[in-house]
Ligand binder design. Structure first.
Ligand SMILES: Nc1ncnc2c1ncn2[C@@H]1O[C@H](COP(=O)(O)OP(=O)(O)OP(=O)(O)O)[C@@H](O)[C@H]1O
Ligand SMILES: [Mg+2]
Length: 365
C-alpha cells in the first residue's frame, strides 16, 4: 500500500451519517457510483486505512475536506495498514493467486505434475481448464510452493514435493504479455532466465547454439495461455515449435520439461490453429482442472478470518458449485457484510449479482 489514510476514530459516526445525508442509500451505491470496491468503501467508513487518492475522493463525495476527517497520527495507522492488507486479501477474486498461502486444493493434480518432474528424464504436461478455472494460479503455485518458507504457508500445507527444490530453474512465459509475440523477445527471455548470454541477434539458430547441450540443472518452462501464442503470434510458427521439441528431446539431457496451460488439449489446439508441429504431441500427461471438490471449497471458505455460519457455507457451496473463482467472490461478499455488521441477506443479492457474469462456469459444467 502506498500512502494511506484513515478516518479519525472521533469522526467515524459523523462520516457514517453523511452517507444517507448525501443521498447514498447504502455503501454499495456509493461504491458503484464512484467506481471503487465495496470493500474499500467499507474500510473507509469503518476507520481502516485506504489509499490516499481514494480517501480524498470518498471524503469529497460525503461533503468533507479530507483533512477535516483524516487521522493524522501516522504511527497509528501503519499497524492497521498491515492488518487491512491481510484482511483485503483474505479472498482474492480476479487476479491469479500469487502467494502459495492463498492457494487451495488441486492436490491430486499437483502430485501427478511433480511426479513428472521430480525424476530424470523430466516429462512434459499440459494443464487444461476453461476460462477462470485457475490455470495461471496452478502454474504459479508449481513455480513457488517448493521454495516458499514453511512459516509463510498455512499449517499442514505440503511443500516437500521435490527432493532438491533449490536445484530447479523455473521459467514463466505468459503469452498474454504482448512482448511474447516476438520470437526474439521470447527466446531472449528464456536465455536470460537460464543466465545464458543473449546473442545480438536472437534468432532460433543462435538460440539453439547458445543453449546447445548446456542444460545441467532440471528446468521447467511454464507456458501460460499457449492458445494465445498460437492465435496471435504469427512469428511463433511451426519451425519455432519444432526447435523447442528438438531441444527438449535431443539436447537437454532429460533436464527440460514444458508445462502448458490451455483451454483444450495441445493436439486439438494445434489442429484448430492449423499447426502441424510435433511439439504438441509431446504432452504425455494432462491435468484437467475444474470445480473444486466440496472438501477443497470448504477449506477455502474456512480460511475466512471471521468464521461463517454453517447455513451460509452451504449457500456458498451451492451457488458457486464449488468453482474457486465463484467461491472467492461469495466469500468476499459475506466477509464484508459481517465486518460491516449487516444482519440481512443483502450480501447474497450482491454476491449473486457479482457472479452473474461468470455463470458460464456453471452453465458449461
Ligand atoms: N487453487 C486456487 N485456490 C484459490 N483460489 C483460486 C484457485 N484457483 C483459482 N482461484 C480463483 O479463481 C480466480 C481465477 O484464477 P486464474 O486467474 O488462475 O484462472 P485462469 O484459468 O488462469 O483464468 P484465465 O482464463 O482468465 O486466464 C482467481 O482470482 C481466484 O479467485
Ligand atoms: Mg490465466
Amino acid at each position: 500500500m502506498g500512502r494511506s489514510l484513515r478516518v479519525a476514530p472521533n469522526n467515524l459516526s459523523k462520516v457514517k451519517a453523511a452517507l444517507k445525508r448525501n443521498g447514498f442509500p447504502s455503501q454499495s451505491v456509493l461504491a458503484m457510483e464512484i467506481g471503487l470496491s465495496r470493500a474499500t468503501v467499507s474500510s473507509f467508513l469503518n476507520g481502516r486505512p485506504i489509499d490516499y487518492l481514494n480517501f480524498v475522493e470518498l471524503s469529497e463525495r460525503l461533503g468533507y475536506n479530507w483533512q477535516e476527517i483524516a487521522d493524522r497520527l501516522e504511527e497509528n495507522f501503519k499497524q492497521d495498514a498491515i492488518q487491512v492488507n491481510e484482511a483485503d486479501s483474505a479472498f482474492i477474486a480476479g487476479s491469479p493467486i500469487l502467494h502459495p498461502r492463498k492457494f487451495f486444493g488441486r492436490q491430486r493434480q499437483l502430485r501427478r505434475l511433480f511426479d513428472l518432474i521430480k525424476r530424470h528424464p523430466l516429462q512434459n504436461a499440459a494443464v487444461i481448464g476453461k476460462r477462470r478455472s485457475g490455470k495461471t494460479s496452478l502454474l504459479r503455485y508449481l513455480e513457488k510452493i517448493t521454495i516458499t518458507p514453511q512459516e509463510e504457508l498455512r499449517f499442514n500445507q505440503k511443500s516437500d514435493w521435490l527432493p532438491n527444490p533449490q536445484m530447479y530453474r523455473w521459467i514463466f512465459v505468459d503469452f498474454q504479455d504482448p512482448r511474447m509475440e516476438s520470437k526474439e523477445h521470447l527466446l531472449s527471455h528464456i536465455l536470460n532466465s537460464l543466465h545464458l548470454p543473449i546473442p545480438d541477434s536472437c534468432t532460433l539458430e543462435n538460440f539453439m547454439d547458445v543453449v546447445g547441450d548446456t542444460l545441467s540443472q532440471p528446468t521447467v518452462i511454464l507456458m501460460d495461455e499457449v492458445a494465445v501464442g498460437l492465435e496471435r503470434c504469427p512469428e511463433l510458427d511451426d519451425s519455432f515449435w519444432e526447435s523447442l521439441r528438438s531441444w527438449t528431446s535431443h539436447y537437454a539431457g532429460g533436464n527440460l520439461a514444458f508445462i502448458l496451460s490451455t483451454p483444450e488439449s495441445p493436439m486439438d489446439l494445434a489442429r484448430h490453429n492449423g499447426r502441424s508441429s510435433p511439439f504438441f504431441n509431446i504432452f504425455g500427461y494432462t491435468a484437467n482442472i475444474g470445480a473444486f471438490s466440496e472438501a477443497e471449497a470448504r477449506e477455502l471458505i474456512s480460511s475466512s478470518p471471521i468464521p461463517f455460519p454453517e447455513p451460509d457455507v452451504e449457500w456458498i457451496l451451492n451457488e458457486s458449485r464449488c468453482w474457486p473463482f465463484l467461491v472467492q467472490i461469495l466469500c468476499r461478499e459475506r466477509l464484508v457484510s459481517i465486518e460491516d455488521g449487516e444482519t440481512g441477506d443483502e450480501w447474497k443479492r450482491e454476491g449473486l449479482e457479482q457472479i452473474q457474469n461468470h455463470r458460464y462456469c456453471l452453465e458449461e459444467s
